[in-house]
Write a protein that binds this ligand. Sequence first.
Ligand code: C2E
Ligand code: CA
Ligand code: CA
Ligand code: CA
Length: 275
Amino acid sequence: AKADGRGVFRFYERGMNKRLQRRRALEAELRSANLDEQFHLVFQPIIDLGMNKVTAFEALLRWTHPTLGPIPPDEFISIAEDTGAIVPLGEWVLRQVCLETKRLPDDISIAANLSPMQFKRDDIVSTVARLLEETETEAHRLELEITETLLLEDNRKLHADLRRLRKLGSRISLDDFGTGYSSLSYLQKFAFDKVKIDRLFIKDITKSADQAAIVQTILNLSYTLGMTTVVEGVETEEQLRIIRAMGGSEAQGNLFSKPIRSEEIAEFLAEHKRK
Ligand code: C2E
Ligand code: CA
Ligand code: CA
Ligand code: CA
């Protein structure tokens, strides 16, 4: 293509078309996909730093399309949210998570990510209650992660929904804390059980005094408000050492393990115990 304005524009336009085409294709695929065939969950351990013990796994959704191959969650989740496909997909995730808890020791729970759309387009509380009953799962084995973006909207209903979910016996975590339009007042206003500190703040924690100060502040505040913290995205021993020194209670990240398949969990737990 020529480097004049028109050439650049056409190239850009073609690029847009391609992206839009892929998006349209994924929208259609999401509507018709056989969930059991194309989707699976992977699980990433969350470690209690005091006891050096696995307390939970976070379930992360994976989509392998028969011809397009693996589609990144950051791409397909937002499409599923826009089209409403996230409601059946999110329910599928919750059911798989409940079933998976049965393959784990009693003292290990699983955290599922909930999309704001599941609160808006579905009665999430009755869905969770029904799934727990159907799968005969104790509510405390299921943790629910929600992001801050959710807190901005429709406050009263959300507040009530979160209270009802906790009443069922599930714990609620505030995910990706510190990103988006976060406000410290959320921590006080909504009674969360856990706060997950986004890995953005951990990335340069060994080099940046500012980042270290932010993490320390969130840890202190959470402790004061009686919440557990999970530090996300821990990749190095040095990061872990700092987080421990700061009094972090739980951590998650590739240092401990990348997300693994259900079949790999037993071996991971046995291996981790020996360390
Ligand atoms: P998230 O909930 O913040 O999940 C953590 C993400 O960080 C995961 O990306 C995980 O693989 C990645 N991660 C964990 N440890 C490390 C690390 O040490 N280093 C780095 N660089 N990355 C790490 P993943 O699996 O690609 O998921 C991306 C996002 O997609 C999730 O972010 C979550 O917002 C969304 N998502 C995934 N599964 C579901 C689901 O079932 N439902 C909904 N609504 N959203 C989901
Ligand atoms: Ca999460
Ligand atoms: Ca997160
Ligand atoms: Ca995230």
